[in-house]
Design a protein around this ligand. Structure first.
Ligand SMILES: *Cc1c(COP(=O)(O)O)cnc(C)c1O
Length: 451
């Protein structure tokens, strides 16, 4: 049977939207570093009959009957997670990264306790104590920063930890271009007796593939999403390390209780099955090649962007992502670069840069990365081309500048987008992007693991 055959017969509206989204993904360069393309096998598991089941509780301890196969698939996902990360305990039920981090707080802190994480404008995640997130609302959050060179400011982090004595410290971020300093942060956490949690949402695929070091010997808890470099379904895993169990033998049990019944109801068993599939793929020998190619592509792209005159935060990258510092054009310029690149078929996101002179909504940089285009099979020669295109398109935005008057920004950007549609250079890049993508098909051919 053809894929989506039933849907095409029963609901043309949704079917049409899925087809359009498929074409968008197929014809453009997806360079948002938190995104990836899950394999067909992962999507088949996610679309399976496990979606019909209720299974509150854990394997062998359920509140509902009929969980013989759910138990088996959840145990399989847990065993694969333990093997992939070298940890004694794993919980695969969190609905996504944000609820996983919430469960960690629930298991380790009381409301009002002090916690510490990397500030959002410095690349940290909302859930690490930012003021608009539950983590900054329910807990007293202290935030550490990066220096102008893009590296975490350990001196500040240590000083803050000694002064505020946080109960829990996060290491890990969403827009950080260097290796995470697990060892250095462990020294700080151990000095003040804090739980140290590595949030490796972005780089878990790099860790399993051996391209980055594992935090398991340094931290007490590890959280990760499963849909970024790990290339699985949208979900998350919380793991407790040997070091974590040594600090607190009940830690893993408290995390299980925090996930259910603390925070969630029935687990999404179809996602659990898909996580098991994604971990199975990531444990194959060829996933090492994929993980290392992501980093090699990222380094090649970074070098290409700099060769073509763009400035990068920290002058490069050690992982799958980079940040372009657009203050060389104007502060708050990220939105122009994002829109122009989207018009050219290159999807990136505007992002703050360290010490950003503008605001988080109109930041001065863009963030881009290579996990998804590496899944398509692209390598260094393609990175060179893409770097040139990105520089060309960003160049087309140089004459635009964010109005100082806030009320004028909307209209100004609307006009800018109109003009983009007619821009010959942007159109030229759009057609070159499309041609390149057609040579690296995604779901049109069977995509197995590392394609
Ligand atoms: C993406 C991300 C999360 C949250 O994941 P969601 O699934 O979007 O809730 C948490 N932490 C970090 C560091 C992330 O990058």
């Amino acid at each position: 049977m053809k894929r989506l055959q039933k849907l095409s017969e029963t609901d043309n509206e949704v079917f049409g939207l899925i087809q359009s989204e498929l074409e968008r993904q197929e014809d453009g360069l997806e360079m948002i570093p938190s995104e990836n393309f899950a394999s067909r096998a992962v999507m088949e598991a996610e679309g399976s009959v496990f979606t019909n089941k209720y299974s509150e509780g854990y394997p062998g301890k359920r509140y509902y009957g009929g969980n013989e196969f759910v138990d088996k698939v959840e145990n399989l996902a847990i065993e694969r997670a333990k093997k992939a990360f070298g940890v004694p305990r794993a919980n695969v039920q969190p609905y996504s990264g944000t609820p996983a981090n919430f469960a960690v707080y629930l298991a380790t802190c009381q409301p009002g306790d002090v916690i510490m994480g990397q500030a959002l404008p410095d690349g940290g995640h909302l859930t690490h104590g930012w003021k608009t997130s539950f983590s900054g609302i329910f807990y007293k959050a202290v935030q550490y920063h990066v220096k102008a060179d893009g590296y975490i400011d350990f001196e500040e982090a240590r000083k803050l930890a000694l002064e505020h004595k946080p109960k829990l410290i996060w290491v890990g971020a969403s827009a950080y271009v260097r290796q995470f300093p697990f060892k250095e942060m462990a020294e700080i956490a151990d000095e003040v007796g804090a739980y140290l949690v590595a949030d490796v949402a972005h780089i878990s695929g790099l860790i399993i593939g051996g391209a980055h070091q594992s935090p398991s010997q340094y931290v007490h808890i590890i959280t990760t999403t499963t849909h970024k470099t790990l290339r699985g379904p949208r979900g998350a895993i919380i793991m407790v390390t040997e070091k974590g169990l040594k600090k607190d033998p009940e830690l893993a049990d408290r995390i299980d209780k925090a996930v259910f019944p603390g925070l969630q109801g029935g687990p999404h068993d179809q996602t659990t099955a898909a996580i098991a599939v994604a971990l199975g793929e990531a444990l194959q020998p060829d996933f090492k090649g994929y993980a290392n190619q992501i980093v090699a592509n990222s380094k090649a792209l970074a070098a290409g962007l700099m060769k073509n005159g763009l400035k990068l935060v920290s002058n490069g990258t050690e992982n799958h992502l980079m940040l372009v510092d657009l203050t060389t054009i104007a502060k708050g310029h990220g939105v122009f670069a994002q829109e122009a690149l989207e018009a050219a078929g290159i999807t990136v996101n505007k992002n703050t840069i360290p010490l950003d002179p503008s605001s988080p909504f109109y930041p001065s940089g863009i963030r881009l990365g290579t996990p998804a285009i590496t899944t398509r099979g692209m390598k260094e020669p393609e990175m060179e081309k893409i770097a040139k295109w990105i520089a060309e398109v960003v160049n087309e935005t140089k004459k635009y500048k964010l109005p100082a008057e806030k009320s004028e920004i909307g209209e100004y950007i609307r006009k800018f987008k109109e003009e983009l549609k007619a821009n010959a250079n942007v159109k030229k890049v759009r057609s070159e992007v499309k041609e390149l993508c057609s040579r690296f098909p995604l779901y049109k051919v069977d995509m197995n693991g590392t394609s």
